[in-house]
Design a protein around this ligand. Structure first.
Ligand SMILES: Cc1cc2nc3c(=O)[nH]c(=O)nc-3n(C[C@H](O)[C@H](O)[C@H](O)COP(=O)(O)OP(=O)(O)OC[C@H]3O[C@@H](n4cnc5c(N)ncnc54)[C@H](O)[C@@H]3O)c2cc1C
Length: 491
């Protein structure tokens, strides 16, 4: 087992300890970031007798697991959905006494506003604007991306995306769809509706990683749900049959942020808030970390559990890095911005589909709660891809009035029937600068397989370092892997 004395001796020998060292705090592992990945690693290391300090730049723990308290109750503006196969997340909820409840969020029927025309999915196959060909004609516009992505997915196992035998698929979705002979309009609609950053900027292998993992989640259910009438690509149709005590999608009662909060409790004052890391110094035997407020922390190991969007803004000194350095510098991130609303059901007045996607700057409008009839419903305006990029440029002050005006333009019946609860643009959050990692075409082959190799004593966690899982479970997976790497290395 690695001891405190051996750490101090090794650090001193490597010259990592500066003259100011005595004023600095020393520990076994300095963990940067108190999202699920950093917190999971910290708890596992603590269990094995390691001392850790967790430096969190924000004034709260949780990162992308965040709940806003609103006049209409808690709203999860980051992660909220917990699948049946989320072993680590579910275990952590049980350990900390958090209650999992069936998700109470059904998206109402979708349509599309496309080329200034309202499209009803039921009649789209014979619509004059439908220029797609053959089997494509019956695919609703909003489903084009996910249907075509799914159609060609050859991956069987959750780690196949990293298997060199699939290396030829490290291409963009546009390239794949062209190779498969799809029509120009099918490709255009896939561009509007594809999951990922964009049809040109995301590797198909990255998209299939998520899809293959989602297929596994379904196997934990009571048979495959009937999704033949599914008119949107956002998650599962909620299967309410109970398997092992859970429906297909659960939420945490009181808000998802209760999970990172509970995970941080056993760590006590090892978790330091408002500690934005700005400089990391690395050698082969130790590392030092400086925060924006000038405080410094030294560790035999450093664990970066922050997104690469923000790590690339941190100065890293020491011997040049392995392939992680390329990943830190170039890995693209997707974004999402969401306006959370309460609405009176204006779709009962205008007769148009409650939920819709647009090819304009509004992105998507999701009507929620099919059980509420004529009462107030939850709703969300959801921007991804290019629309999210554009809204980030506007800034929060302008974004909300802009989106409300756009909704009123498209759906005049909504006038006076919309109340704002809260807004979150993850691309505008300085400690995130995006909502989730992506890999550009070619990046699975160039660095995704090797990027976990430590950079001197710095190891990597975070959902962007996933191998098998997705969402919150991938953050937990990565924290566990990185903690084990450090334990093994410490001997
Ligand atoms: C809108 C949205 C919806 C989602 N929905 C779901 C869902 O329903 N189900 C699901 O499973 N997953 C969902 N996810 C994904 C899930 O939230 C993430 O995969 C997971 O929370 C990532 O955890 P992490 O530890 O990797 O990173 P993060 O949560 O990003 O943690 C990183 C931490 O590092 C801190 N930090 C950043 N820079 C610095 C710095 N320089 N110094 C110190 N600290 C720093 C940040 O403040 C943050 O606390 C969603 C994500 C988003 C954005």
């Amino acid at each position: 087992m690695f001891t405190r004395r051996s750490f101090l001796a090794a650090s001193a020998a490597a010259g990592v300890l500066s003259k100011a060292a005595l004023a600095e705090e020393a520990t076994d592992v300095v963990i940067i970031g108190a999202g699920l990945s950093g917190l999971n690693a910290a708890n596992l290391l603590k269990e094995q007798g390691f001392k850790t300090i967790v430096l969190e730049g924000a004034q709260q723990v949780g990162g992308r697991v965040r709940t806003h308290q609103t006049a209409n109750g808690p709203i999860d503006v980051g992660a909220s959905q917990i699948g049946r196969s989320y072993a680590r997340v579910i275990d952590a909820c049980l350990q900390h006494g958090l209650k999992l409840i069936p998700e109470d969020r059904d998206l109402l029927k979708f349509g599309a506003h496309y080329k200034d025309t309202w499209i009803d999915n039921a009649t789209w196959s014979s619509h004059p604007l439908n220029k797609t060909e053959g089997e494509e004609r019956s695919i609703p516009p909003l489903m084009m991306g996910s249907r075509l992505v799914g159609k060609y997915n050859p991956l069987q196992n959750i780690d196949d995306w990293l298997d060199p035998k699939f290396a030829d698929y490290d291409v963009s979705l546009r390239t794949l769809l062209r190779q498969k002979g799809h029509s120009a309009q099918a490709i255009e609609l896939a561009a509007l509706s594809s999951p990922g950053i964009s049809i040109d900027e995301t590797s198909v292998l990255r998209i299939w990683q998520e899809e293959t993992r989602g297929n596994l989640d379904r196997r934990f259910g009571a048979g495959k749900p009937d999704e033949s009438h599914k008119d949107h690509p956002f998650g599962e149709v909620h299967n309410r049959s109970i398997v092992n005590g859970l429906t297909s999608t659960s939420n945490i009662e009181g808000g998802c942020h209760l999970l990172p909060l509970a995970m941080s409790k056993p760590l006590g004052d090892a978790v330091r808030l408002n500690k934005k890391v700005v400089h990391i110094e690395l050698s082969s035997t130790g590392g030092a970390v400086t925060c924006a407020d000038g405080s410094r922390y030294r560790g035999r190991f450093i664990l970066s559990a922050i997104p690469f969007t923000v790590l690339r803004k941190v100065k890293i000194s020491g011997p040049s890095g392995p392939s992680a350095a390329q990943a830190i510098a170039t890995m693209p991130y997707a974004n999402t911005a969401r306006l959370y609303l309460t609405v009176d059901p204006f779709w009962l007045d205008d007769g148009l589909p409650p939920s819709f996607s647009t090819d304009g700057p509004l992105g998507m409008f999701w009507g929620i709660d099919n059980h509420k009839g004529t009462g107030p419903h939850r709703a969300m305006i959801v921007l991804v891809g290019q629309t999210a990029r554009e809204i980030t440029k506007k800034g929060v002050e302008q974004a909300v009035p802009f989106l409300l005006a756009e909704l009123a333009r498209l759906r005049p019946a909504s006038a006076g029937k919309v109340r704002v609860n809260t807004y979150k643009d993850w691309g505008a959050d300085p400690l995130q600068l995006g909502c989730g990692f992506s890999l550009a075409p070619g990046q699975v082959n160039s660095f995704a397989r090797t990027m976990l190799e430590p950079w001197e004593v710095m190891h990597f966690a975070g959902e962007h370092t996933r191998r098998n899982d997705f969402g919150m479970e991938s953050a937990m997976e990565s924290g566990e892997r990185a903690a084990i790497e450090i334990m093994n290395r410490a001997g």
